[in-house]
Design a protein around this ligand. Structure first.
Ligand code: SAH
Length: 350
């Protein structure tokens, strides 16, 4: 059975009209789903019994099942959800001065194969549907309703490559962004890509108000190809060309993510190359302390070196931030909770 959360507002209106119901029913349903956040169609008391019956017969509704919830000392909440086919996915809620931000998963596993990332330890099994991404936000929102917290920001930075699941991700964002639903502002939503150039061109042409972040992590082709296989298909020159195109079509903020890997991408030469790369752009560089992943041997740059790097970039007029770590005590690196869970499950089956 398909999910009611798969429908954007527009799609829901169309569906209702085609099936002989009224356009305005979409407004009522969105309000029940995303404002009152009910778990069954029977609770939608202002709908006709015929419409409720139609929805019951054809669509699935309800929060995702929480397999595990870890809450860290800094109040980061990490959820392991179970999907209807038994797949497990993660979502994380982080608290900032400016609001509460959810990190959403876009695929079950990931095929991009970045060497430093725990998500890639498990290959992609499938794309998430739009509804499954909507449900992550809604399920987390319902969980924190008890504390009066509103999920105000979204980053599509969990497991998966959003531009490898382009249509579903865009549909998801339209749904959560809609005024009559969760109404999370487009300027509070960021999509992060490892650099699928075709997706960047497509996204540029849509001229949305969503923010774009690029996982750069290395400022030259040799190094980038060695830690991010995607760079072999789309080397830096092609990536930078697509970003120039994006910037020519959009006036939204662009950011580069740069995880700090000790002795790998934090050398003086790398800093110099990074400065050169950023020159054509009005870009924000997020320096990100690396969350150690047991399996792969990379180690984060220490705090002192990270601060020095930050200062060097700033002195060259590169706008940057050194991101604070969240949820260190709770497997917060992308895909860590899930890969641990998967391993435990395999052990049980041995
Ligand atoms: N595929 C997309 C989104 C998922 S990864 C992308 O590549 O942008 C989200 C971000 O987390 C990326 O910048 C990724 O490189 C980073 N990341 C992955 N593993 C990490 C780790 N162990 N510590 C810190 N950041 C990590």
């Amino acid at each position: 059975m398909s999910s009611i959360y798969d429908f954007s507002y527009q799609q829901l209106e169309d569906l209702l009209v085609v099936n002989g119901f009224k356009k305005y029913n979409a407004k009522q349903i969105f309000s029940w789903l995303y404002r009152k956040r009910v778990d069954s169609f029977d609770q939608m008391t202002d709908l006709s019994s015929k419409l409720r019956q139609y929805l019951n017969d054809n669509y699935q509704i309800g929060a995702l099942q929480i397999l595990k919830l870890q809450v860290s000392k800094d109040s980061t909440r990490k959820y392991l959800f179970s999907l209807s086919d038994g797949s497990a996915i993660e979502s994380v809620l982080m608290h900032y001065d400016y609001g509460d931000c959810i990190c959403v998963t876009s695929q079950v596993g990931c095929n991009m194969g970045c060497k430093f990332c725990a998500s890639g330890l498990l290959k992609k099994q499938r794309d998430l549907t739009s509804g499954e991404m909507v449900q992550q936000v809604l399920s987390v929102q319902k969980d924190v309703d008890q504390y009066g917290i509103r999920v105000s920001h979204i980053v599509v930075m969990g497991t998966g490559e959003p531009f490898d699941n382009y249509d579903n991700v865009m549909n998801f964002l339209r749904t959560v962004n809609h005024d009559l639903g969760l109404a999370i502002g487009a300027r509070h939503i960021t999509i992060s890509t490892c650099g699928l150039v075709k997706g960047i061109y497509r996204f540029a042409d849509e001229q949305t108000q969503f923010n774009l972040a690029i996982s750069l992590h290395a400022p030259n082709d040799t190094l980038r190809s060695s830690i991010m296989p995607v760079n072999k298909a789309y080397p830096l020159e092609q990536l930078m060309d697509s970003l120039k195109y994006y910037c020519s079509k959009n006036n939204r903020r662009l950011s580069f993510e740069y995880i700090l890997l000790n002795g790998v991408n934090d050398t003086d030469q790398c800093v110099q190359q990074l400065v050169e790369l950023t020159k054509p752009f009005d870009v924000y560089v997020n320096l990100i302390p690396y969350n150690n992943v047991d399996e792969n041997g990379f180690v984060s740059t220490d705090y002192k070196t990270a601060m020095a790097l930050y200062s060097k970039l700033s002195s060259k007029n590169v706008r940057c931030t050194l991101r604070q770590k969240h949820g260190d005590d709770i497997d917060a690196a992308c895909g860590q909770l899930r890969s641990k869970y998967q391993k435990e499950k395999e052990k049980q089956h041995e």
